[in-house]
Design a protein around this ligand. Structure first.
Ligand SMILES: [Zn+2]
Length: 80
């Protein structure tokens, strides 16, 4: 089994990593390293793999984006 780790640029400021493994029959599995969810198994081509990764709506990433957006809109409290 071969493991390929790559960086997928999802947006200008968010990078999600996927752990890809190849099965003995040549198909691929991919797992999101952000939420540790298996995104797809037994995917036949690299093109399909990229497609399913692009389709993954990551709950962990959504949460961190929500918190980042919330922090950006809240007034900054200055403490001395
Ligand atoms: Zn995820």
């Amino acid at each position: 089994m071969r493991s390929i780790e790559k960086l997928a640029l999802v947006s200008k400021w968010t990078v999600v990593m996927y752990s890809e493994t190849q099965n003995e029959n040549g198909t691929y599995n991919t797992r999101c390293l952000y939420c540790f969810m298996t995104v797809a198994t037994a995917v036949e081509t690299k093109e399909e793999l990229e497609h399913v990764e692009a389709q993954h709506v990551c709950p962990e990433r959504a949460l961190s984006e929500l918190l980042a957006a919330k922090a950006a809109t809240e007034p900054q409290t200055h403490r001395d």
